[in-house]
Design a protein around this ligand. Structure first.
Ligand SMILES: NC(=O)c1ccc[n+]([C@@H]2O[C@H](COP(=O)([O-])OP(=O)(O)OC[C@H]3O[C@@H](n4cnc5c(N)ncnc54)[C@H](OP(=O)(O)O)[C@@H]3O)[C@@H](O)[C@H]2O)c1
Length: 344
């Protein structure tokens, strides 16, 4: 089969389009023919070498895919050849840990394309337990943009952020892969949503997703804007997918007793903030990591009901995986890119 393979860490050109052996499904596993793979920013960090310095090579990146069942391993029931499916993007690698909740706390928890070969390929193998039927009726390239952003948006907004109807919520980077879906999940839950962007084109996109207030942080201070929007109270919940110094300001943009969800590190992994102001206002800083299958299934139900739309930017042939990573690194993507393993 064809795959985008890494033999070393480095810039985008380490992604090589090559022939590799097609995997075969072991007992209890399914061979999925990948119709489209989604591209996540985390894969750019893994490729650079900053996330998993011990990664063995050669390696195939990719956590997100939409595909169809190509072959059933011994003992697998309930799936038919040719049926459209979505692989869960993360799960425990050890069977004994499958029922631990949240699954992200299982000792063997890993991501497709980190602990196992990923989705930048024509085929992949995965335990049948972690395969979801795709009833969305959407094109594979749109579905392939969903698994990580949708499942983790549900986790961070609904479960960790405890967002409720009537809440005023700030979601950063509203045109990003994660932010664009987080806005939609918060709206489904009945919240009012403010979001940040850094240019006008992305502002239009965030507005089209239902955001109530768009803050261009190149022109305005988001802490002040959120304060004015909430009549001086600040946000009930802030979802911070940027990190660094922005997280300190996200804490300032949260009301007393409010919740800040730390979700990403695009702007840095280190942050300094005033602990006295923090605890006297009794704010709660919570981490959100990955999701359980139940979160993803809930999100897919909203997609099927037409309440959440995939944030699909455009698709490229898998042979152009390096170009896809270049666009992500340069912040040139609105929503998310897909790779097509069967396109020329
Ligand atoms: N916790 C979890 O379970 C989980 C799940 C998924 C992703 N994440 C993390 O969430 C973060 C975002 O992921 P993503 O897939 O949404 O990324 P993405 O689609 O690539 O979007 C990130 C956006 O951040 C903006 N940005 C870049 N540098 C910035 C800076 N210095 N200051 C402010 N904004 C900046 C850019 O948008 P503009 O140029 O338009 O501003 C960029 O498009 C990553 O750290 C990722 O690892 C965490």
């Amino acid at each position: 089969m064809k795959a985008a393979v890494m033999h070393q860490f480095g810039d985008v050109d380490v992604l090589k389009y090559e022939d590799v052996e097609t995997p075969t499904p072991r007992p209890g596993h399914i061979l999925i023919k990948i119709l489209a793979a989604g591209v996540n920013r985390l894969e750019h960090y893994i490729r650079e070498g900053s996330v998993a310095p011990e990664l063995p090579f050669p390696h195939i990146l990719g956590s997100d895919a939409a595909g169809e069942v190509a072959e059933l391993g011994q003992g697998v029931t309930g799936f038919k050849i040719g049926e459209r499916v979505i692989p869960m993007p993360f799960y425990p690698l050890t069977k004994d840990e499958y029922d631990i909740r949240p699954i992200s706390t299982a000792p063997s928890f890993s991501l497709l394309g980190l602990g196992t070969p990923g989705t930048y390929a024509q085929y992949m193998v995965i335990p049948a337990r972690w395969v979801i039927k795709d009833n969305s009726g959407l094109k594979p390239e749109a579905v392939a943009t969903l698994p990580v952003p949708l499942s983790t948006a549900v986790r961070s907004i609904k479960v960790v952020g405890e967002v409720k109807a009537g809440n005023k919520v700030l979601v950063h980077s509203g045109a990003s892969a994660s932010g664009s879906i987080q806005i939609q999940v918060a709206k489904v839950l009945g919240a009012e949503v403010a979001t940040t962007v850094r240019d006008d084109a992305k502002a239009e996109y965030a507005k089209s997703l239902g955001a109530d207030l768009i803050i261009n942080t190149r022109k305005e201070d988001f802490v002040e804007r959120v304060k004015a929007w909430t009549s001086g109270f600040s946000a009930d919940v802030v979802i911070d997918n940027l990190g660094g110094d922005i997280l300190a300001k996200s804490i300032d943009a949260t009301r007393p007793l409010g919740i800040i969800v730390a979700f990403g590190f695009v702007a840095g992994t280190e942050v300094t903030f005033n602990i006295q102001n923090f605890f006297t206002a009794q704010k709660q800083l919570r981490g959100s990591m990955a999701s359980d299958m139940e979160d993803f299934v809930w999100g897919l139900e909203q997609v099927r009901a037409g309440k959440i739309k995939p944030s699909f930017d455009h698709a490229l042939p898998l042979s152009q995986a390096a170009e896809a990573h270049r666009l992500v690194a340069m912040n040139k993507v609105t929503g998310k890119l897909a790779l097509l393993p069967w396109a020329e």
